[in-house]
Each structure stands twice: as structure tokens, then as C-alpha cells.
Design a protein around this ligand. Structure first.
Ligand SMILES: [Cu+2]
Length: 198
């Protein structure tokens, strides 16, 4: 059945109705803008942006104050010895929170250490900072993903469940050597590490 040629043109919203929609959407946009503004302001005031606190109270924090370090003076911080924190016998050392600590330094198109051995099944808090420019830090197969800024410490806790190898990569373009920034995580079976050294 074909439409009658003389049928009325399709109904259109008159411009008053359009104005109402426009006003409503402007209202929605205004509310979203206000919420965003309040949210950013609140996080700045409460000090959660852009830092992740390095957990003050750790025995080995040294001069890390509320997630801040002097990137020119990492020698005075635990970052001077990148890697897993171990005791005198070379055993991984649990902190007060019951996790292991590992310090990682991003800079000069590398992560230090290049290889990090961690036991499976034990939570590890990774403290990461940068010496030069902004880098990314993403551990494959985990939800660890942070922006690493000079002077700031990102502290993220992860438990590697399965023995094997995983990698941390820089996912924020930082210069010509960007693609070389890889750290290998070697995840040891839970029992092995302890037995070997006894
Ligand atoms: Cu990079």
C-alpha cells in the first residue's frame, strides 16, 4: 500500500519543544560538570590525588613522606636498593601489614631491578617511583597499572597466584627507549623459596 501523496508531512517538534530538550540536556551537563568539579576538589583537599600513599609506618620507609621522595636523592631512600626487601639471611621480609615490599625505580628507559623474584601466594607491595620523566607501570595479568611520576611513590599491593613469569611494562610513552622498559617478574612456587634456603 503506497502512501497517499497528499498525506500530511511527518509531525515535527516545534521549536518550543526543542528548546525544552536542549534545556534539559544543558541541565544534565551542568550537573555532571558540578559533580566532577566537586569530586576533583574533594580528592585534592583529602590528599588522595594524585598520590597513592606509601603507607607511612613501614619500618623501611625511610624518607618517604606521604608518598613523596626527593627524586634527586633516592640514595637516602629504600629505592637505593631496588628489589625485594630481605632480611640479613636473604629471606623476604614481611612488613607490619603482612606483605612483602619491593622497590622499583623507573628511569633512563629501564626499570630497576630488571628481574624481580617473588613468591606466589604472598601479597607484595610494589613501591614504584621515577627519576626523570613520567612513566607508566603495568604488570601483565594483574590489575596493577599506575602512572609513575618523579618525586611520587605509587604503592600497589598484588598477590601473584601462579608460579611463572609476568612482566611489568611502561605503558606511557616516555621517549626513544620507551619500548625497552620491561621488568621480568619471576613468580616462584610458594614453598620452594623457603625450603631452598633452609
Ligand atoms: Cu615509557
Amino acid at each position: 500500500m503506497s502512501r497517499a501523496p497528499e498525506s500530511a508531512p511527518p509531525a515535527r517538534l516545534d521549536h518550543h519543544a526543542l528548546e525544552r530538550y536542549e534545556t534539559a540536556w544543558l541541565g544534565v551537563a551542568a550537573v555532571m560538570t558540578a559533580l566532577l568539579f566537586v569530586g576533583v576538589l574533594a580528592s585534592v583537599v583529602s590528599g588522595t590525588y594524585p598520590l597513592l600513599d606509601a603507607g607511612s609506618g613501614h619500618a623501611h620507609d625511610g624518607p618517604i613522606v606521604r608518598g613523596r621522595v626527593d627524586p634527586k636523592n633516592l640514595a637516602a631512600t629504600p629505592f637505593a636498593k631496588p628489589g625485594l626487601v630481605v632480611d640479613a639471611a636473604g629471606q623476604p621480609l614481611l612488613n607490619d601489614q603482612g606483605t612483602l615490599d619491593a622497590y622499583i625505580v623507573a628511569g633512563n628507559f629501564t626499570f630497576q631491578p630488571a628481574v624481580l623474584r617473588v613468591p606466589a601466594g604472598v601479597p607484595v607491595t610494589l613501591h614504584v617511583t621515577a627519576t626523570d620523566v613520567a612513566h607508566g607501570f603495568e604488570v601483565t595479568g594483574t590489575n596493577i597499572n599506575a602512572e609513575i611520576l618523579p618525586g611520587h611513590v605509587a604503592s600497589l599491593t598484588v598477590t601473584f597466584r601462579h608460579p611463572g613469569e609476568q612482566h611489568a611494562i611502561c605503558n606511557e610513552y616516555c621517549g626513544v627507549g620507551h619500548h625497552n622498559m620491561i621488568t621480568r617478574f619471576v613468580v616462584d612456587p610458594p614453598a620452594t623459596g623457603a625450603k631452598e634456603t633452609q
